[in-house]
Design a protein around this ligand. Structure first.
Ligand code: NOJ
Length: 563
């Protein structure tokens, strides 16, 4: 029996069915030097538009000491001089719009950099000052930190002021306090109980809305509201997956996914609404189950949230089937579009992850001495996964390089690593550098054309020549050209606005969905068929529209229309 999972939707917001391309500025393209920059992005936006992207999302470009690749922001109203200027940002925004795309920028409200003026003022002003009230400074009665919280990047979540490297000789060298950082010690957490923090971020939102950005990706959206008592909580929340602890046996976390965060997003919604109905917020919230996550996208809060359950799912029929159904159910319950995502700058790239023996969210980075992914299997499954995802209703997020089938760098030498997770876990986790390696543009150029002078902040593996944009442009059967066909057809058929019926019961071992036509679309149902370890026969009376490999063969996805 077909099971209706979702009804077709009428277009009302641009992001409902958008393909959103994530640009990681450090690693997209450079106009000279080892770090990518804004003018080089602007020069290549046509490439992004040629993929069929409706919007770009830019990871942070703000002035930053780059201890966490820019997620440690020193000034929310400017551009890191290594990446460009505010004029360059204006040009980038204008060019994105000229090409008919929208632009989403990253906002990091859970923490600032320790080089932000507020934190410098807090250090100087000392205990009991209003400056310290913008963060979480506490004294401890013993030599132990004020509580037992751990950093997402490993080790304790507190640093003693007097133990900072810059303490000797400073006015705070005998300071009795510690400060909280749920990430690196260079990323002190802001105190969102303080009205000054609210006022500051409302103003930052307006600063960028005035410059024309269409939306914000909200970093660690589930972390802002802390229990002011800061009670002990011995459990660990992990990046992207959140908690896999059995909710019944674990007390609610005093720092993650507390109800208070929603007041902040309601406040921001009213700010965005001052600019009309077209500006959006997307939540990076490592929260499950789906109905908790859906609270972030109620009609008076954010517009959409990343679907990390989909990203973290095992590549298994029943797991994916359950995630697809529960995602649509949870988002439909609050009237928000569902999103789909397979990769970003925090996880092992899908083309490698899906070639590992365990295909869930995967390890935090892969080293040469770790289990190596099967490259053919990973690439084949990643393409199948993208074609499945693009056939589902809602919006798709694509991380730069996925359109090239780019794998993870799994053999980076440890001495080039920059991810704080590598350092804070003392190398137990390789960290995220392997998914952040600069893109290959030209097969025969130094640094594969990432920069004109051949510099690249991380070395690229030699086998990336075969993945370079110019090599793939030249071949009709390349992954790059496949992505172009896929998104063009998705848009032509309005699949993002379709309804969804699960017909998998008729295809044992496979996943099968009917994407049903929205009211004004002149098309019939589209059958989306994803196979796993066995071949499946293509049903009679259907014709193939697009397939990630031989139609119906193992580890593939096929789109079909009635013959
Ligand atoms: C999530 C971001 O995606 C990640 O890269 C960063 O390290 C943390 N938030 C902290 O800002």
């Amino acid at each position: 029996m077909p099971r209706q999972l979702h009804r077709p939707t009428a277009p009302s917001q641009w992001w409902q069915d958008a393909v959103i391309y994530q640009i990681y500025p450090r690693s997209f393209a450079s106009s000279g030097g080892p770090i990518g920059d804004l003018p080089a992005i602007t020069a290549r936006l046509e490439y992004v538009a040629s993929l069929g992207a409706d919007a770009v999302w830019l990871s942070p470009f703000y002035p930053s000491p780059q201890h966490d690749a820019g997620y440690d922001v020193a000034d929310y109203r400017n551009i890191d001089p290594r990446l460009g200027t505010l004029e360059d940002a204006d040009a980038l925004i204008a060019r994105t719009h000229e090409l008919g795309m929208r632009i989403i920028i990253d906002l990091v409200p859970n923490h600032t950099s320790d080089e932000h003026v507020w934190f410098r003022e807090a250090l100087s002003a000392g205990p009991d000052s209003p400056e310290r009230e913008r963060y979480w400074f506490r004294e401890a009665s013993t030599d132990a930190p004020p509580n037992d919280w751990t950093s997402i990047f490993g080790s304790i979540a507190w640093t003693r002021v007097r133990e900072r490297d810059d303490a000797p000789g400073s006015p705070w060298q005998d300071d009795p306090q510690w400060y909280l950082h749920l990430f690196d010690s260079s990323q002190p957490d802001l105190n969102w109980d303080n009205p000054a923090v609210h006022a500051e971020f409302r103003d930052v939102l307006r600063f960028w809305l005035d410059r024309g950005v269409d939306g914000f990706r909200i970093d660690v959206a589930h972390g802002l509201a802390k229990d002011p008592e800061l009670p002990d909580w011995q459990y660990h929340w992990t990046m992207v997956e959140g908690s896999d602890a059995d909710a019944a046996s674990v007390p609610p976390p005093p720092m993650w996914d507390r109800d208070g965060v929603h007041d902040i997003y309601r406040e921001w919604r009213t700010v965005l609404d001052e600019y009309g109905p077209d500006r959006m917020l997307v939540a990076e919230a490592w929260v499950s189950p789906g109905d908790r996550l859906a609270q972030y996208v109620r009609s008076d809060e954010m517009s959409q949230c990343f679907n990390f359950d989909f990203l973290s799912s095992q590549w298994k029929r029943d797991d994916l089937r359950a995630v697809i159904a529960s995602s649509l159910r949870a988002m439909d319950a609050v009237g928000a579009p569902t999103t789909w995502v397979l990769s970003n700058h925090d996880v092992v790239r899908a083309a490698s992850r899906l070639g590992l023996s365990h295909t869930g969210k995967g390890p935090n980075g892969i080293r040469a001495t770790d289990e190596q992914p099967d490259p053919e299997l990973g690439a084949r499954r990643a393409l199948a996964a993208h074609l499945l995802m693009a056939g589902l209703p809602g919006s798709c997020y694509l991380y730069q390089g996925e359109e090239l089938g780019l794998p993870e760098h799994t053999a980076l030498p440890d001495d080039v690593r920059e991810d704080p997770a590598y350092f804070r876990t003392k190398g137990v986790e390789a960290g995220r550098d392997g998914c952040r390696v600069p893109l290959p543009w030209r097969a025969q150029a130094p640094a594969f054309g990432f920069s004109p002078d051949g510099q690249s902040w991380l070395p690229q593996p030699p086998e990336w020549a075969a993945f370079a944009v110019d090599a793939q442009e030249a071949s009709t059967s390349s992954t790059l050209n496949f992505f172009r066909r896929m998104y063009a057809l998705r848009s032509e058929l309005a699949l993002g606005h379709g309804g969804l019926e699960d017909v998998s019961d008729a295809f044992p071992g496979a996943l099968a969905y009917l994407n049903t036509a929205p009211a004004d679309a002149e098309r019939g149902d589209i059958l989306i068929l994803t196979t796993f370890d066995t071949d499946v026969s293509i049903p009679e009376d259907w014709r193939v529209l697009l397939a990630s490999a031989a139609p119906g063969s193992a580890e593939s996805t096929t789109w079909l229309a009635r013959a």
